[in-house]
Design a protein around this ligand. Structure first.
Ligand SMILES: Nc1ncnc2c1ncn2[C@@H]1O[C@H](COP(=O)(O)OP(=O)(O)OP(=O)(O)O)[C@@H](O)[C@H]1O
Length: 536
């Protein structure tokens, strides 16, 4: 509950309005029950005034209840928006290598846990209305018949005890279900990524559906079901205890208890009337425990991300001149998940990238070229050593500005169709020419909002579109990780013989990761990697 309050504290006015209206609606409901109670006790009192009272308070309960839902839904929209934005911002500002390793955990948290919290907040007015109606009715009943109401408190106490006993179980099932839900989301993501393979291969598809997806889904559903049954047990036991209490008490009062049965006749309908509210209250407390697991998920990923967050504000000196635009000094790197085994350690590597030149990075598969590119662009944090940009050491403080000096294409780069973040004058002057240079004018246009008309293109065309975007970003350093790998000979030639020299002529520094030996003559500098070490 503390976490819910922390979320609503920025919209306290709205939250208080939601609570007050819910409490008022609950009091109106209690008043309606009171009218019924007094009508049952004294039929003479059922007059026009009685009718006006019931109708008036019923309408008030309903309309004020709706108002309360409106206030709470408004808060809910804010909670979802702020939680989502906060988590997305944190994700985007965290060290890339960390996010790369946990990316499949982030999506279910953003989509599912935040929506679970939102659903829970939506239930707050219903809970408050139920709680006020129950408390109001019990107080009234206590005034009317303290002895009978006290007996009823025993039933209520037993029910509360049961909820307390069941809550740890419920939380455990929720945690298990959430763990498998995260696996399930990862499986679904892989299914979308591997749609082609799964569509083609029947055995693979059946295995993926029958073994991989079903297995995690079954575990998730089984824990979810146990949680729901636990929840259901406690809610139904509420009804059961009340019915047992009523039945046994009625039976005993005839032969064994010295009790005026007429008292019971008035008391009973009221208790039966508020019984469903008890189930709502107990359900709310159990949902509160489930939602705590959602908070655990959000808090755990948030605090993990916080450890890897980059809060750098400092700018680098751009006009400084240096023969090496970027130098790596004694850099070494090891992948997060491979730090405990003996897999590839990149470096230690000391080398420089010449300002305004074309540098080719070559080497066999797995020699560390892409790893090198990610270290060079500041995506991966070196384990030892440091990067120097125009004589200035790159650190946590200026990392964001350093990364921003690059326009980098990776084989798995995503091609965004929106170019609104690029200077509009620059786009107006250069977009059409660049699109033409890569012969994409018959396929895509840039519309008035600087969005590409389509990104539904062939693989090679998408790479060309991505290259157009990179060129238009107009950065100081260009890095192309095997851009030409999926291009036909014609566009390979355009890339190596037109685009790269043109970038160089415009004063850009260009780094190209390539296996295309035929074009190595374009390079001013060639660096060969073998197992993460420079050879020449
Ligand atoms: N995310 C990762 N986690 C752990 N190890 C990784 C990861 N990505 C790459 N590696 C390992 O790092 C080494 C270098 O990989 P890298 O992708 O840098 O090679 P590459 O030279 O670009 O290869 P290719 O020419 O095949 O693209 C490989 O041994 C690879 O298994």
């Amino acid at each position: 509950m503390k976490q819910i309050f922390a979320l609503v504290k920025n919209r306290l006015g709205l939250f208080i309005a939601g609570c007050i209206t819910a409490l008022t609606a609950g009091l109106c409901t209690a008043k309606v029950i009171d009218y019924i109670n007094s009508g049952l006790k004294n039929q003479e009192g059922i007059t026009t005034e009685f009718l006006i009272g019931i109708v008036g308070f019923s309408l008030a309960a309903a309309s004020i209840g709706v108002l309360s839902s409106y206030f709470v839904s408004k808060i809910n929209i804010i909670i979802v928006r702020e939680l989502t934005k906060k988590l997305v911002r944190k994700t985007l500002m965290a060290r890339y290598e960390y996010i790369e390793a946990v990316s499949d955990k982030v999506l279910p948290i953003i989509t599912k846990d935040i929506s679970d919290i939102s659903n829970f907040v939506d239930r707050i007015p219903t809970f408050l209305i139920a709680a006020t109606a129950v408390v109001g009715t019990l107080v009234r009943l206590f005034i009317i018949d303290a002895q009978l109401t006290s007996y009823f408190f025993i039933v209520f106490g037993l029910q509360t005890l049961l909820v307390i006993i069941l809550i740890p179980k419920l939380k455990r099932y929720t945690r298990i279900s959430v763990r498998f839900r995260n696996f399930h989301y990862r499986n679904l993501g892989n299914m979308v990524a591997g749609l082609k393979e799964l569509s083609l291969n029947k055995e693979k598809r059946n295995h993926y559906l029958g073994e991989v997806i079903s297995s995690d889904m079954n575990q998730m559903n089984s824990a979810f079901l146990k949680g729901r049954v636990t929840n259901g047990v406690s809610q139904r036991v509420t009804d059961l205890l009340i019915f047992l209490f009523v039945g046994i008490f009625m039976y005993l009062s005839i032969d064994y208890l010295d009790f005026d049965f007429e008292r019971f006749k008035i008391f009973l309908p009221i208790i039966l009337f508020v019984t469903p509210y008890f189930a709502k209250i107990s359900g709310f407390f159990q949902d509160l425990k489930s939602v705590e697991v959602s908070f655990e998920q959000i808090n755990s990923i948030s605090s993990e991300i916080d450890q890897f967050s980059i809060s750098s504000q400092k700018k680098l000196q751009k006009d400084a001149s240096h023969s090496d635009i970027v130098a790596l000094e004694n850099i070494s790197y090891q992948y997060l998940e491979s730090r405990h085994d003996n897999s590839l350690t990149f470096g230690p590597l000391t080398m420089g990238i010449k300002t305004g030149k074309i540098t080719f990075i070559i080497g066999g598969n797995g020699s560390g070229k892409t790893t090198f590119a990610k270290i060079l662009t500041g995506l991966y944090e070196p384990k030892t050593g440091h990067i120097v940009y125009k004589g200035q050491k790159v650190s946590e403080e200026n990392l964001i500005d350093y990364r921003n000096q690059f326009s980098a294409y990776f084989a798995d780069s995503f091609t965004f169709g929106q170019l609104g973040y690029i200077d509009k004058n620059h786009l107006d002057k250069n977009a059409a020419g660049t699109i033409q240079l890569l012969e994409m004018q018959s396929k895509v246009q840039l519309d008035a909002n600087y969005n590409f008309s389509t990104t539904n293109l062939s693989f090679g065309q998408i790479s060309r579109l991505s290259l157009i975007t990179k060129i238009l970003e107009d950065k100081e350093i260009y890095l192309f990780d095997e851009w030409a790998a999926n291009q036909d000979p014609y566009f390979k030639k355009i890339f190596y013989y037109s685009i790269l020299p043109e970038l160089k002529r415009n004063g850009k520094t260009v780094i190209v990761i390539s296996h295309d030996e035929k074009y190595f003559d374009v390079a001013d500098e060639i660096i060969e990697l073998q197992e993460g070490m420079t050879l020449k």
